[in-house]
Design a protein around this ligand. Structure first.
Ligand SMILES: Cc1cc2nc3c(=O)[nH]c(=O)nc-3n(C[C@H](O)[C@H](O)[C@H](O)COP(=O)(O)OP(=O)(O)OC[C@H]3O[C@@H](n4cnc5c(N)ncnc54)[C@H](O)[C@@H]3O)c2cc1C
Ligand code: SF4
Ligand code: SF4
Length: 430
């Protein structure tokens, strides 16, 4: 059969990166498409990762560097797949690469262009905890370390102030050009891997929990960024006012589980990790984990959880998460929950961390239509259950790995990605 040996990978989290490197080592040409301006996925939002509390940056940065330098891998950031036609072994793919207005080769990543930009906008990558400019990299240490310009927010590009040229003047390397257009790219590939990961459930809809209303209530990912050395507070554990250090913190498990109708599988471990972080930074703080179920899918995880229970946090059972209510009085949060005897119990704390459910990545539906694949009833990519590693989708030649298939930890995402590579190799070498 005449077919292309090349592979398209959509999404550059741990699943997409692992598959890219493995396929490259096997001599395949890979196009890695990432919708954001940086690669690495959610793992680069973590300061440390369970179960061994490895430094995330130390784990991921060498892989990011290797990908960016690999001659077999073409990395397309700020890009989206817009059309796919053909069949297994012979797909034609259209990709839209957004104009970034900064030359990847000329830019040295010195950062001189940010401070001069008069625009302030919320930094969504930093979970809205800080602002950024219209020209930005989402976080310190982003790779590639090259800024992009948000054309909707830039005064020059959106027409509010055609005279604004400040970033161009600040760049000593002539890397910025305010004239630019999206690029339309056409590639041919033999196989496609979906590795688009997950996004977090919007918990402002759970109004009883006070997220978005009380400043002391945080999501799990907000807390990850609060703890990160390259995050908005440079790792200082302070509340939204920038100075108050919490002396009591409650971490609530299973937030959004009833609404999602599945267990997100990583939240219990992430919540145990958060208790561990808190104890490490706040020696005398009162720390509570309020749970209804505990999901620990591995024996190493069991040990981590037991250690956290013994040394870091008091684990409190609540009989029904859906009955929990959080209110605020004089800056103190009051949590009302049902205890093991289904009686109302109360806890006063400074800070609440809500371990919210993992959802399919935003835009999964549209991408599914472009690829012609099925989703399961929860919106994740449907994989054939009896296939190795459940990586085969409803369309021949299109595979899935990592959280795009359903919530899972880094280790399982990588294992699934390796299973997908095995399937891709067997298809391309047949
Ligand atoms: C609060 C929290 C803490 C966690 N801590 C740990 C931990 O300590 N240890 C651990 O093992 N696991 C942890 N996890 C789980 C871990 O985040 C996941 O296992 C891991 O990120 C999965 O990687 P992935 O590549 O599947 O997806 P992601 O990391 O989500 O990467 C997907 C990538 O695809 C991109 N993308 C999405 N849609 C498109 C599109 N249409 N086109 C192009 N690109 C697209 C995204 O921008 C992203 O870069 C945690 C999870 C949470 C919620
Ligand atoms: S665009 Fe220019 S000023 Fe901005 S980071 Fe790159 S080299 Fe520095
Ligand atoms: S042209 Fe002006 S508004 Fe636009 S990114 Fe540069 S400094 Fe900011």
């Amino acid at each position: 059969m005449e077919h292309s040996e090349n592979v398209l990978i959509i999404g550059s989290g741990v699943a997409g990166m692992e598959a890219s490197l493995m396929l490259s080592k096997a001599g395949k040409k890979v196009t890695l498409v990432e919708k954001l301006s940086l690669i690495g996925g959610k793992t680069i939002k973590n300061e440390e990762t369970y179960p061994n509390m490895d430094c995330s940056t130390c784990l991921v940065a060498p892989i990011q560097q290797e990908i960016l330098q690999d001659g077999n891998i073409t990395v397309l950031t700020s890009s989206q797949v817009t059309a796919v036609s053909g069949d297994a072994g012979d797909f034609s793919v259209k990709i839209n690469k957004k104009a970034g207005y900064v030359d990847l080769v000329a830019c040295l990543g010195c950062g001189m262009c940010y401070p001069v930009c008069p625009v302030e906008q919320i930094n969504e990558w930093e979970e809205n905890l800080i602002n950024m400019k219209a020209i930005y990299v989402p976080c310190a240490g982003a790779l590639p370390n090259v800024p992009v310009i948000d054309a909707d927010k830039c005064l020059h590009l959106n027409g509010t102030d055609k005279e604004c040229n400040k970033c161009v003047e600040a760049c000593m390397f002539g890397a910025i050009n305010l004239v630019g257009e999206d690029e339309q790219l056409d590639i041919d590939v033999g196989a496609i891997l979906i590795a688009t990961g997950y996004d977090m459930m919007d918990i402002s809809i759970l109004t009883d929990l006070g997220y978005g209303k009380y400043p002391g209530v945080y999501t799990a990912m907000e807390f990850e960024r609060l703890f990160a050395a390259n995050g908005p507070t440079e790792g200082n554990l302070v509340m939204r006012d920038g100075k108050t250090v919490p002396s009591s913190v409650a971490i609530i498990h299973c937030v959004g589980r009833s609404e999602s109708h599945y267990c997100s599988s990583v939240c219990c471990m992430a919540s145990s990790k958060h208790a561990h972080f808190l104890r490490h930074k706040l020696k005398d703080a009162k720390i509570y984990n309020i749970y209804s179920d505990i999901c620990l899918p591995d024996k190493t995880y069991q040990k981590f959880y037991e250690d956290v229970k013994a040394h870091s946090s008091q684990f409190i059972y609540q009989s029904d998460r859906d009955k929990m209510k959080i209110t605020e009085k004089n800056g103190k949060l009051k949590i009302e929950y049902l205890d093991s005897k289904e009686k109302s119990a109360f806890l006063d704390v400074d800070m609440v961390i809500l371990a919210n459910a993992l959802k399919p990545a935003i835009g999964s539906d549209e991408l599914g239509k472009v690829l012609g694949i099925n989703h399961d009833k929860f919106g994740f990519v449907e994989a054939q259950p009896f296939n190795i590693g459940t990586v085969v989708t409803s369309k021949s030649g299109v595979f899935v790995a990592g959280c795009a298939e359903g919530p899972k930890d880094i280790q399982s995402s990588i294992i699934q990605s390796e299973a997908a590579v095995a399937e891709i190799m067997s298809l391309l070498n047949s």
